[in-house]
Design a protein around this ligand. Structure first.
Ligand code: NAD
Length: 274
């Protein structure tokens, strides 16, 4: 899709971070944007701000982990704009617990949002786009879907799943007119480490973080990217029909190390040392 003017985007997790920056970027491209998010007050605040500034946006409160709500999102988008050309499955969460400290409810939450949320978006909007004969789907994975750390077990599990889903989808949709991209950013300056603000009560979250926030923030201080720059990378990839969206050189370095480990049968080592 080289031309985005007057086309419609559906962006999940649009009330904050990468999703909000991408919404702004899509408006700048002349697109109409359906902003979907679970955090209702922030969503309605941001949508009103963008509408006041002249953007054509529709805000829909959605839990992407619920397939019925994702179907209703499609109906709302079609009702407002008649077609959907770009879907960005961006909503995502991190529990901040290691695997051994995770409870079943945490795992259901993280897998529900990060994996099922993407899968429901893909099947619901993918069928529509194939019927249209035109469209592009961006799935937000992460560098955490290509290489691991010891701290974010369920997050890595979920993001590796998004990478696999995206690779399979890209092949499944070849020749349909629907493009696929997989976004794998390293650290971006957003509220991802405050994800537990949206956690269901049965997860027992928020709790004192078990990931070494100080180390992560130290890394963010040097490598965290502005979400607006990630949004620009996404739009470039959509226009160029590019599959991989890798935002940081360090990601390519880690993949090279991982591939070497695979060849040598060597166990992974933490990128943070230790
Ligand atoms: N920030 C980073 O360093 C980084 C790096 C790699 C990948 N990512 C991924 O980028 C995506 C966007 O996250 P972000 O960094 O902008 O964080 P963020 O917390 O600023 O934004 C995430 C948005 O998703 C929404 N959301 C959470 N659960 C939802 C649900 N069940 N249904 C609908 N919306 C829901 C939140 O309300 C929030 O508005 C996520 O998939 C995240 O995993 C982030």
């Amino acid at each position: 899709m080289k031309e985005l003017n007057n086309k419609t985007a559906v962006i999940t997790g649009a009330a904050s971070g990468i999703g909000l920056a991408l919404t702004e970027r899509c408006i700048g491209e002349g697109m109409k944007v359906v902003m979907a998010d679970i955090e209702a007050p922030k969503l309605s605040l941001e949508a009103a701000r963008l509408r006041d500034a002249g953007g054509d946006v529709l805000d829909v409160v959605v839990d992407v982990a619920d397939d019925v709500q994702v179907e209703a999102l499609k109906d709302a988008a079609l009702g407002a704009y008649g077609a959907v050309h770009l879907l960005v499955n961006n909503a995502g969460v991190a529990s901040g617990r290691t695997h051994l400290r995770s409870r079943p409810a945490d795992l259901r939450w993280v897998m529900g949002v990060n994996v099922l949320g993407v899968a429901y978006g893909v099947s619901t909007f993918g069928r529509l786009m194939v019927e249209q004969g035109e469209g592009h789907i961006v799935n937000t994975a992460s560098e955490a879907g290509l290489s691991a750390t010891p701290f974010l077990g369920s997050y890595h599990t979920s993001k590796y799943a998004v990478v696999g889903l995206s690779e399979a989808l890209s092949m499944e949709l070849a020749g349909t007119g629907v493009g696929v991209s997989c976004l794998c950013p390293e650290l971006v300056d957003t509220k991802i480490f405050e994800s537990t603000r949206n956690a269901p009560a049965d997860t027992g979250l928020p709790m004192p973080p078990e990931i070494p926030i100080d180390q992560i923030e130290a890394m963010m201080g040097t490598t965290a990217m502005d979400p607006a720059d990630v949004a620009a990378d996404i739009i470039y990839a959509v226009k160029a029909n590019r599959f991989w969206i890798i935002t940081h050189q360090v990601t390519l370095d880690r993949i090279a190390t991982r591939n070497r480990d695979l060849e040598l049968g060597r166990a992974p080592r933490s990128p943070m040392g230790g």
